[in-house]
Ligand binder design. Structure first.
Ligand code: HEM
Ligand code: NAG
Length: 513
């Protein structure tokens, strides 16, 4: 075999160029950092700085005990509000400084991206609002935004129909234990599919063996997490069941997208959008609105999948976390009963829902103590600066080199005693009642800045509606466990309650029997 001869001068030239380039980068960065008064982050979660293997056993233990979020909160207590972590290839800055979070999400929005999110999500979501950046994301946001600008996004008549389905499944003998969490996940997929497709999958009316779409969607999301954890290795990883579930979910949605384009076609030709055939259509159907605004079928399918993912488990998790805490506190339920009594048994209107202050306070408090998107992150797409976290006192700016992950932990942020007071770890809705608590960038259940949750009003309406109707229907609810089981995380893309929300419902005297 002939060995190719490479002249040594050529090798030296390459080596010298590489050294020159990296030195130049080093000095430009140092200058940039100096100019901004940056200091290095003083604290690291690792004492072994190369691979960061030392923190892995602790992480695994916390994972097993369902205490990942508690462990993170503890780390902030030990290391301060900004520190660095390294686990295998990932080096990250983690922070719970409101000023830093405001910088990432709003002031220097353009310096950060979520490019690392696309690969794990693409097989299920395609490319849409939730998993892209830059121009593609802007176009998604512009396409979707008008469907959410109406104040009254959520359709109360539909929510009421589903409430009746839910009530039909709730025991009223004051003894039987029921898992509300499982039912809330069915409630929200029923309402989300109604909103997106104009037709609910109706899981509350089905038995376990018929859950098809809901189950496939659930498995497909678990596979997203696995792909996310594997990172670059995920291209070597095959999960046939996940492939099958992705295909099933997308095909299921595709049917409705085709239908939406047919309706748009008819409407553009001057006909009505198929409303005359059979049952009358409701006012707003998300997929129909998108089909009216673009001719790109693939795009509509992708966006529908994105919104389904962003909207479904989040809302169900909020309901579950909220009801878990309510089941522990009869006095809070009693106060809710008194407030809701102002409706005199009528179902609430949209305006009435917003005016029920204690209802809103309970929802705010649940999102504070158990933010359903408890952790989030952005990746720097150019060299940039965070205002806080540098130097021994953490008060200097920090240089963030391109590619660095900046993670922020809302679970820990929402429990800062210096912001929320000594009772920050307790469920105490009254703290919201004075109207004086204005935490701004220290309270971010729906995120902030240009990528703020687009479905916030929709979600708050849905959750408020379910809460009010349950309060009207039941005199009380009790946690089934006598030992007073504490809230424990079940952490996936969102966080809900490990072990479910096992309760006994006490029927209202008026409606029992
Ligand atoms: C309690 C319920 C909800 C919570 C706590 C919540 C929270 C969030 C958060 C934290 C984000 C930011 C994610 C990120 O940028 O990293 C987000 C984005 C988003 N949410 Fe929600 N969400 C909820 C319900 C909904 C609902 C019901 C919908 C739609 C029907 C929805 C649609 C979206 C969309 C489309 C995005 C992406 C926005 C963008 O990147 O421009 N969400 N949500
Ligand atoms: C709940 O939190 C939001 C966001 O901080 C705030 O605008 C709203 O006024 C709060 N509601 C109540 C009842 O305090």
């Amino acid at each position: 075999m002939a060995i190719m001869y490479i002249h040594p001068v050529f090798v030296y030239a390459i080596v010298v160029t590489l050294i020159f380039l990296s030195l130049r980068r080093f000095f430009t960065r140092r200058q940039f950092a100096l100019r901004h008064g940056c200091q290095p982050v003083a604290k690291s979660a690792n004492w072994e700085p190369f691979l960061g293997l030392d923190t892995i056993p602790g992480t695994i233990r916390a994972l097993r005990q369902h205490k990942i979020l508690e462990r993170a909160t503890e780390l902030f207590r030990i290391h301060g509000t900004t520190f660095t972590v390294k686990e295998l290839q990932r080096r990250a800055i983690v922070t719970i400084e409101p000023e830093n979070i405001k910088t990432i999400l709003s002031l220097k929005f353009k310096d950060y991206g979520i490019g690392h999110r696309l690969e794990p999500f693409r097989p299920l979501l395609g490319e849409g609002i939730f998993d892209t950046d830059g121009d593609h994301w802007s176009a998604s946001r512009a396409l979707i935004r008008p469907s959410f600008t109406r104040d009254q996004v959520a359709d109360l008549a539909c929510l009421e129909e589903l409430i009746q389905d839910l009530f039909a499944l709730l025991p009223r003998d004051g003894k039987t234990v029921v898992d509300l969490q499982e039912l809330f996940f069915r409630y929200t997929i029923d309402s989300a599919t109604d909103f997106l497709f104009g037709e609910s999958v109706g899981t509350l009316r089905k038995t376990g063996s018929e859950l098809g779409f809901a189950e496939a969607f659930h498995y497909a999301q678990k596979a997203v997490i696995v792909r996310g954890m594997l990172g670059r290795l995920s291209s070597f990883y095959r999960d046939r069941k996940a492939d099958e579930c992705n295909r099933m979910c997308r095909e299921f949605a595709q049917r409705f997208v085709d239908e939406a384009f047919n309706a748009a076609e008819i409407k553009k030709k001057g006909g009505h959008d198929g409303a005359g055939q059979g049952k009358p259509r409701r006012k707003h159907i998300f997929s129909h609105e998108l089909a009216w605004r673009t001719s790109d079928r693939r795009r509509v399918l992708d966006e529908v999948m994105n919104v389904l993912l962003a909207g479904r488990d989040t809302t169900a998790s909020l309901l579950s976390n909220l009801f878990f805490m309510l089941a522990k506190s009869p006095t809070i339920w009693e106060k809710l009963r008194r407030e809701v009594a102002s409706l005199e048994g009528r179902t609430p209107t949209y305006e009435e829902l917003r005016s029920l202050k204690y209802v809103q306070s309970c929802i705010n408090e649940s999102l504070r103590l158990h933010p359903v998107v408890p952790r989030n992150e952005r990746q720097a797409i150019r060299d940039t600066v965070l205002p806080l976290g540098g130097g021994p006192d953490g008060l200097s700016p920090v240089f963030v080199s391109k590619g660095t992950l900046v993670c922020y932990n809302l679970y820990a942020l929402h429990r800062r005693r210096d912001i929320y007071g000594a009772d920050a770890h307790e469920f105490h809705p009254e703290r919201w009642m004075t109207g004086k608590l204005r935490p701004r960038w220290a309270y971010l259940p729906f995120n902030g800045g240009p990528r703020v949750c687009i479905g916030q009003q929709y979600a708050l309406t849905e959750v408020g509606y379910v809460l009010v109707r349950m309060v009207q229907e039941f005199r009380g609810l009790r946690s089934s466990s006598e030992d007073g089981r504490e809230w424990e995380e079940s952490l996936a893309l969102t966080v809900c309650v490990n072990g479910g929300v096992q309760v006994v419902l006490l029927p209202d005297e008026g409606t029992s029997g």
